[in-house]
Design a protein around this ligand. Structure first.
Ligand SMILES: [Fe+2]
Ligand SMILES: [Fe+2]
Length: 280
């Protein structure tokens, strides 16, 4: 008998892992993703938005922690907080590295910090958790692409690839934590899907805006070759958008759960090859 998604969710255990990717390498190529400005800056833009985004997730979950009665979920929340805090730290180092190349990465982080303060002040905790669940679904489906679509990582510099794969593994491990907190503390279906609808546009707009700033800095924003590469990246077979569409739209199902998509075998494969991390 196949296990239900909610049963899988109760079984999952994961630690926070201390990482050190040492982003002070002098010989990292500027276009580290397939020697392609569009693809490299898409990932750079995502990275740049992670620090404050992940702090917002931590706040939203912590604001509901006192309502969680399930001991297992309480433990998962603690591990989730550790993982997201370490992701934020590593991506901040990544932003500092981008600064050294002349991109305003930490300035964008500072802008995001101000915005997240306003969000925390004006948006109720329940809505912030619904937004968090939606973004966690985005990160989970992007993580699945990083882990399973060879074209997503084939041209990456191995040092960047190691970092993105680690992040993708941990996003997969904890993909249901916010969702379970939301569901177990009485979150509604309509707020969940309303948040996803809004997050979809904000996520794309925000990532593409930061990416455009980085491309503009390089004098690449208006080059036809950049946008040809962008079209291929998003649409050409297999293309990012067609690849994630099926997983994305599942979120709008009333009975959706993140572990409906059971990809635990990806975790097992990675863990058997990486078992010497310091955990926190
Ligand atoms: Fe993360
Ligand atoms: Fe996450």
């Amino acid at each position: 008998m196949t296990q239900s998604a909610r049963d899988i969710s109760k079984e999952i255990e994961f630690p926070g892992r201390k990482m050190d990717f040492g982003f002070d390498f002098k010989d990292l190529p500027r276009y580290w993703n397939d020697n392609d400005a569009f693809k490299s800056h898409f990932m750079n833009a995502l990275s740049c938005l992670f620090l404050e985004g992940e702090r917002m997730f931590i706040d939203a979950v912590r604001d509901h922690q006192h309502l969680v009665t399930d001991k297992k979920l309480q433990d998962q929340v603690k591990s989730f907080v550790k993982q997201e805090a370490i992701h934020g730290h590593e991506h901040h180092l990544y932003s500092k590295y981008l600064d050294t190349l002349g991109y305003p990465a930490t300035k964008i982080e500072a802008f995001e910090r101000k915005e997240k303060k306003l969000i925390k002040k004006w948006i109720p905790a329940r809505r912030r958790l619904a937004i968090t669940c939606a973004i966690e679904h985005f990160t989970a489906i992007l993580a699945h692409q990083v882990l399973t679509n060879p074209e997503a990582t084939a041209g990456m510099d191995p040092r960047f690839k190691e970092m993105w794969v680690w992040h993708a593994i941990e996003e997969t491990e904890h993909k249901a934590v916010c969702f379970d907190v939301y569901e177990q503390t009485g979150g509604s279906y309509w707020l969940r899907v309303f948040a996803m609808f809004n997050v979809t546009w904000m996520f794309l707009l925000r990532t593409l805006s930061v990416q455009a700033i980085f491309l503009w800095k390089d004098g690449m924003l208006f080059k036809p070759s950049t946008w040809k590469s962008g079209f291929n990246f998003f649409w050409k077979k297999p293309g990012l958008l067609p690849s994630v569409w099926s997983d994305y739209k599942d979120y709008y199902r009333r009975d959706f759960h993140p572990w409906d998509h059971d990809n635990r075998e990806l975790l097992d494969t990675w863990l058997s090859a990486h078992n010497n991390f310091k955990t926190v």
